[in-house]
Design a protein around this ligand. Structure first.
Ligand code: MIG
Length: 733
């Protein structure tokens, strides 16, 4: 069966699947320009004479439904933050959310399942979304025989096939289906400090004070498990974090926002309100025989809300809102929501038994047994857990974290309709972008992870998850000085910029390696803050138009096939190309510059397109500004709302004509949805600057706009004008 769901999107049904989380945004009756023929449940797709999907065969393998077809030509991009190269071709991937804290090059599955990818070759591109939140595998021709295979545990599959020859349009269309990105508050684009292991209030205050003393900008402090009372969600530790609301207020007074962690599991403890309510109302996941499923996580015995249920999400959503009412925190960081379960009673018993049976004569059985134990905490327990109406966990597991995050967003939105929060989740499924952003979980202080994270944020972004980031400095392992700097240089050019690390590892705040490194890092953070107007404007315009902030080169320069092969450079917004350094000791790197002329920002050199080599000693981030663009900047501040901006800077790199849109709003409410924003078109040519009067009801204060115009031949002009809400036309000589 097949139907058009929009002009560009076809919905194909194989077998007899049930679609739990059907995308929104269907437009019945539209019809695209593609030929579909169906024979015995197999489809042949043809557009302009070209065959897009053929040789389809369906089979069953016990409980599994399998689909194979001819492998597409071209590169495969997407799937969210999976390990390995950005091009997914020739590998096999599993979609079954898991907490794996060691991201080796082949670790799979990890926390998220984003079964969406883009097929891109020289001539065309299209998007494919297999909408299934249960157990799934995809094989992009790992055997080199020209076959794509997909296998799900279940009765069938729904495929959304997005026809388009442009990557930009495919992403837009995918988001028409799965939903627009949430508006993060403006301060979410600042820098954030976090660590698992800030043991008490004093330690946190000391860190906070240090940022201000040293004038290193910082907007957010994240609070990990320590702030809770015995790992109970939505509580605080009366000893180490006593008078928690005052503590939050103290941080607020210093200009920090506060974001505590929330885990998916609920501690089993009679008298703990959330446990009692969950138990009484039957809100927790069940075992097959109808009892509450119980496992161990941080609090010890733990039960898990059934987030697939509307009533449970509503209940859980209220908990976030109540906590904000009590403490005034500014966001939530949703963790362990794959969900992670360290072990069950049965597993512990079984392990004990197996150990009891083992002695020295067992030889190689000893390491094998021990190794098998070490994977227990990653297991998904799909056979044991059931949701409401006997829905088995293996059919919906991948949506669990997304639904928890939905509860968070909806609960907060209901109680605080005009306040934006920073919402984060580790686990995800398409749709997550409506409710919050993501980070990539437990990476390591390894050089290899700089490149990997670069790939991760690009892959997440083209899958429609725009607010994404990773643990700057690396979560596991001990960071080293140069590695920390290079991590920051990448992190400063991602939407969510947070330093975070694990308990027991070396501390990695900006100052830990002494003055030299501290200053280098401070300059990186300052640079990030100077770009806030550009970043925020690009993000907000992006969420309205479904355009990501982080863009692979092929997003902007699809016509140039060289860009299809590049994973270690990307665009950050429309104007800046970033080519981070990701190897120890590297001080130069090769960069591919597509199509136009580029300004090498560190030296002011103007470069022609092609392969170039640039100098990038430790203080330098290889950054390039695209021809005929502008970057809007501000003076860095200790935190984003510290002072009113008196001045904006427009760094213009001009050949013929620069046209930009500058978006502003209050940065923290939802009144932009009612038109309280300011959107101005700014046009710069060789002989004039034109500023359109502000559209929208938000009036930024009168400010000085300083234009620094560099023409491609090298002439520089600086013009400063006072801008109010009216339009302006300034001739240039
Ligand atoms: O089992 O809360 O990815 O960011 O610091 C580890 C402690 C649990 C995993 C998260 C990490 C967080 C840590 N959590």
């Amino acid at each position: 069966m097949w139907t058009w769901v929009s002009k560009n999107t076809l919905r194909l049904v194989y077998g007899s699947p049930k679609e739990w989380f059907a995308p929104e945004g269907f437009k019945e009756g539209e019809h695209g320009n593609v030929e579909v023929t169906e024979e015995e449940g197999k489809f042949l797709l043809k557009a302009n004479g070209r065959i897009l999907q053929e040789d389809i065969s369906i089979s069953r393998d016990g409980e599994y439904f399998c689909l194979t077809m001819k492998m597409w030509r071209g590169n495969i991009f997407g799937l969210g933050d999976k390990m390995g190269p950005m091009n997914r071709r020739q590998r096999k991937y599993i979609f079954f959310n898991a907490d794996d804290p060691i991201h080796t090059p082949i670790a799979d599955p990890l926390y998220k399942s984003i079964p969406f990818f883009i097929v891109l070759d020289r001539k065309t591109s299209f998007g494919v979304f297999f909408n299934y939140p249960g157990y799934m595998e995809m094989d992009f021709d790992s055997e080199g025989k020209g076959v794509f295979k997909i296998k799900v545990r279940g009765e069938g599959l729904v495929e959304y096939f997005i026809f388009n020859s442009s990557v930009k349009e495919i992403i837009r269309e995918f988001l028409n289906l799965t939903g627009k990105n949430f508006p993060a508050p403006i301060w979410a684009f600042g820098y954030h400090q976090s660590r698992w292991g800030y043991t008490d209030r004093n330690v946190v205050m000391e860190i906070a004070r240090k940022f201000r003393e040293k004038s290193i900008p910082c907007d957010g402090i994240f609070l990990d498990l320590e702030h809770m009372d015995s790992f109970k969600n939505f509580t605080w530790d009366e000893e180490n974090f006593k008078e928690f609301p005052e503590f939050v207020k103290e941080l607020h007074d210093m200009g920090f926002k506060v974001v505590p962690i929330v885990d998916a599991g609920v501690k089993v403890e009679e008298g703990y309100e959330i446990f009692n309510e969950g138990k009484k109302n039957g809100y927790f996941l069940k075992t097959k025989d109808g009892k509450d499923f119980e496992g161990a996580v941080w609090p010890g015995r733990t039960r898990f809300p059934d987030f697939t249920r509307d009533d449970v999400r509503e209940w859980w959503g209220e908990k976030y809102a109540n906590f904000v009412e009590k403490t005034n925190v500014d966001g939530f960081w949703n963790d362990m929501n794959e969900p992670t379960i360290f072990a069950t009673q049965e597993e512990l018993d079984e392990m004990r038994e197996r150990m009891a049976d083992i002695d020295l004569d067992d030889g190689w059985m000893i390491p094998l047994t021990l190794l098998s134990f070490s994977n227990v905490f990653k297991s998904q327990r799909e056979e044991e857990i059931v949701h409401k109406d006997d829905l088995p966990h293996w059919k919906v597991r991948n949506a669990y974290g997304m639904l928890m995050t939905k509860a968070c967003w909806e609960g907060l939105k209901k109680r605080f309709p005009s306040r934006r929060f920073l919402i984060l989740s580790r686990s995800a499924y398409p749709g997550i972008q409506k409710y919050g952003g993501v980070w990539t979980g437990d990476n390591h202080s390894w050089w290899e992870h700089i490149l990997q994270e670069m790939i991760n944020i690009q892959s997440l972004s083209i899958c429609g998850i725009f607010f994404c980031g990773f643990d700057v400095g690396g979560f596991g392992g001990d960071v080293t000085p140069e590695l920390l700097v290079r991590f920051y240089q990448l992190g400063a050019f991602t939407p969510f910029f947070r330093n975070h690390s694990a308990i027991g590892t070396k501390r990695q705040e900006p100052w830990v390696f002494g003055e030299y490194y501290e200053n280098v890092i401070k300059e990186i953070i300052n640079l990030r803050y100077s770009l806030i107007p550009y970043i925020y404007s690009s993000y907000m315009l992006g969420i309205m138009k479904n355009v990501p902030l982080v863009r692979p080169l092929f997003f902007e320069f699809q016509d140039d096939p060289v860009t299809h092969t590049i994973e270690d450079e990307y665009m950050f917004g429309p104007s800046i190309l970033v080519a981070p350094i990701y190897r120890f000791g590297q001080e130069k790197r090769v960069v591919y510059l597509p199509k136009v002329r580029w300004l090498y920002i560190p030296t002011g050199e103007i470069m022609k397109p092609g392969w170039r080599v640039v100098d990038a000693p430790l203080e330098v981030i290889p950054l390039f500004q695209r021809e005929d663009t502008a970057v809007v900047k501000m003076d860095p501040q200790n935190f984003i709302f510290e002072k009113d901006l008196k001045r904006l800077y427009f760094d213009v790199f001009l050949n013929e004509r620069v046209e930009i849109e500058l978006y502003e709003d209050d940065g923290e409410s939802f009144s932009f949805e009612e038109g309280d924003f300011s959107l101005r078109r700014v046009l710069i040519t060789r002989d004039k600057i034109e500023v359109e009067s502000s559209r929208g009801g938000y009036k930024p204060p009168v400010r000085e706009w300083v234009f620094k115009i560099l023409e491609v031949e090298g002439r520089i002009r600086e013009i400063s004008i006072l801008v109010d809400e009216r339009d302006l036309k300034i001739p240039l000589r």
